[in-house]
Design a protein around this ligand. Sequence first.
Ligand code: UD1
Length: 427
Amino acid sequence: MEGIKICQGEKPLKGEIKISGSKNASLPIMAATVLEPAEYILHDVPVLRDIKVMQAVLKALGGRIEQKGNSMLIDTRDLNSTEIPDYLMRKMRASILFMGPLLGRFGKVKVSQPGGCSIGPRPIDWHVKGLSQMGANFKESHGFLTGWGGSLKGKEIHLDFPSVGTTENLMLGAAKAQGNTVIRNAAREPEIVDLQNFLNSMGAEIIGAGTDMIKITGKKSLSGTEHTVIPDRIEAGTFLLAGAITKGEVKLLNVIPEHLESVIAKIREAGFEIKEEGETLTILSTGITPNSLDIKTYPYPGFPTDMQPQFMALLSLARGTSVITENIFENRMKHAEELKRLGANIRVEGKTAIIQGVQRLYGAFVESPPALRAGAALVLAGLAAEGETLVADIEHIERGYDNLVGKLKKLGAEVELIKISEEDKNA
Ligand code: UD1
């Protein structure tokens, strides 16, 4: 098993790094390539485990992939299967994003219950409901879900909640459906705008992404295309906090500051200075102890749930008492227990965490919960803790961060990837 060892914490990070392309934008875009038999070229795709799983799914469906650094060619001309293998579904929830495109192209799909981060029940009922409204039939048996029904039909759909994945799946299904689709109460995340841009470059006709109403005019056929993925706002937010928690000075290249407004607002409220210049962001934190904060997670443009664990790490060292309320996922507080091992003072009551700031964290052995942002929060805390910290079980961190250790090293952190044996864990 792999771990991240922070050999010496409390070292201010200094320097600049380039933020990778967005994981959560790349995944639905890769699923979109199934819609039309063609060749696609993607740039700025991050190199990380979830992308590899998505590639494996495309290959299992009969696709061909060539990767060169952060660019990727996807050829979906010879797809010959509509079944996502169970072992790949279990590895990543985003595999369900193939439902819309497979129904859109072949009129059938077979999936099993998806895996991914363990942060609550995460059902797929809204995906199924929306695609059913568009004319698909679904049958569930022995843990598998089979969908069929010929070509999908355009429909007015009102989502119960602005779910990111549901909005994407319905956009994907609607792009080749007969007639027009309107998605109301749609999610407004920047990754949805990127998906719209990608689909439109394939010849789709979609407007409204980024607002709560998306209109899709179904097209009989689309075409291959070339696209550069937007920068990863969550990776950028994580590195801003790495700068803040270590009282350092970190400059990020390749960011869209507008996508990080709610995060930047909270970092400034905590007392740090952030400079915005074009597509760069610099955090200046020398000598600053953060102010306590009150944070509530909401759908975009509200404060992102994917930054909640990392802020909990920062607020462990704040002046005074902070309160974090998690409104998106039911069980996304597991990092609190591990942060406490480093000396944090946190009480979790249901979906709320009360964090009493302490003056210092102390290096220790911690285990990353099976949730990738939780793991990132522990690495941040380790960077700020006195002495050595070992974060074990980092498989989930690697699902979502492209070269985390390499980038931290570039900023001067004393970190390394290590192998941990069972004996080490039990010692
Ligand atoms: C996406 C992101 C994830 C982020 C989340 C919220 C990707 C690959 N992942 O996940 O990083 O944390 O948005 O910003 O883009 N729900 C249902 N039924 C459904 C679908 C969702 O009850 O059919 C619930 C979920 O359990 C959750 C909430 O809705 O409590 C939000 O989920 P959703 O917005 O769909 O998140 P994901 O698309 O899974």
